[in-house]
Design a protein around this ligand. Structure first.
Ligand code: SF4
Ligand code: ZN
Length: 276
């Protein structure tokens, strides 16, 4: 099978498993990288109702380049494009946030960005009234997460991953927008080849602000493994997922400060905002 057909049929199967309806409104989280750019291209090709969002973390030239390619693909495909400017909305660039938090805390840059991005994405998705948030996580990303949770001795954490992250209680109250990962079964290398094949413009290379972390070391290790190893990790994830799901704590609280979904009384983002 040709690469194009292979990838598109993998995505189609995943969307079928998720049960996505053609009239669902999807907000695609764009980062400027090959994954989210290919994702929005494929979803548009399949005829879904889409909007795109780029969270501008204001991390210098890197953020600007990623913003430009994200805007470009939306313009080309005729998709409404939103930019969330973190400096305007929250009063600080991500570079300042990193600096402020790291003076008091050992969290690494990506962990800090992750907390903010998740919070922003859910809040914006609600404001835009969409049914789903789609992210460009690929098979390699997911194999890393699952493997990392096993090595940490906490496989239960993987109950929150999978092709769709939903929380019935949060969805019922309209406060949680389910996140879907249509590229879940697509190898990273295949996504790269697809983006090149389709002449999609994306930002290559790593973000200059990412730091060496356990996840990155694991990524470097897995990158050297044959494709079957990564595919086997995901196959194993699928096998044990039903059991993980049963162990999942699906109670959901809402942050006392911002009202967003949270495991604790105060959400992680509001906790980080408090660090001076
Ligand atoms: Fe933030 Fe890490 Fe992404 Fe850079 S790679 S933008 S530091 S999450
Ligand atoms: Zn909060």
């Amino acid at each position: 099978m040709k690469l194009e057909q292979k990838i598109e049929s993998q995505v189609k199967k995943t969307l079928k498993k998720i049960g996505l309806k053609k009239d669902s409104k999807i907000l695609v989280a764009l980062s400027g990288g090959k994954d989210s750019i290919s994702l929005i291209y494929i979803l548009k090709k399949f005829g879904y109702k889409l909007e795109g969002i780029y969270i501008d973390l204001k991390m210098g030239n890197y953020s600007q380049r990623c913003l430009d390619v994200s805007r470009e693909i939306c313009e080309e495909l005729g998709i409404k494009f939103h930019v969330y400017d973190i400096e305007k909305e929250l009063g600080e660039s991500m570079l300042k946030i990193h600096k402020r938090i790291k003076r008091k805390n050992k969290l690494n840059s990506c962990a800090i960005c992750g907390v903010y991005k998740k919070w922003i994405m859910n809040k914006e998705a609600k404001r835009m009234n969409v049914d789903y948030i789609a992210t460009g996580h690929n098979l390699d990303d997911e194999a890393q997460t699952f493997f990392m949770n096993i090595l940490k001795g906490a496989p239960k954490l993987s109950a929150n991953t999978g092709i769709i992250t939903k929380n019935p209680e949060g969805i019922k109250t309209g406060k949680f927008i389910p996140r879907i990962k249509p590229l879940f079964f697509v190898l990273e290398e295949d996504v790269r080849k697809y983006a090149k094949l389709k002449n999609l413009r994306f930002i290559e290379g790593k973000c200059p602000y990412s730091e060496i972390s356990y996840r990155i070391e694991l990524r470097n290790f897995l990158e050297k493994q044959p494709e079957e190893i990564k595919e086997n990790i995901i196959k194993n994830f699928e096998k044990i997922y039903p059991r993980l799901e049963k162990m999942k704590d699906s109670r959901m609280k809402f942050c006392e400060i911002c009202g967003e979904p949270s495991r604790n009384d105060i959400c992680k983002k509001c906790q980080l905002m408090r660090i001076k």
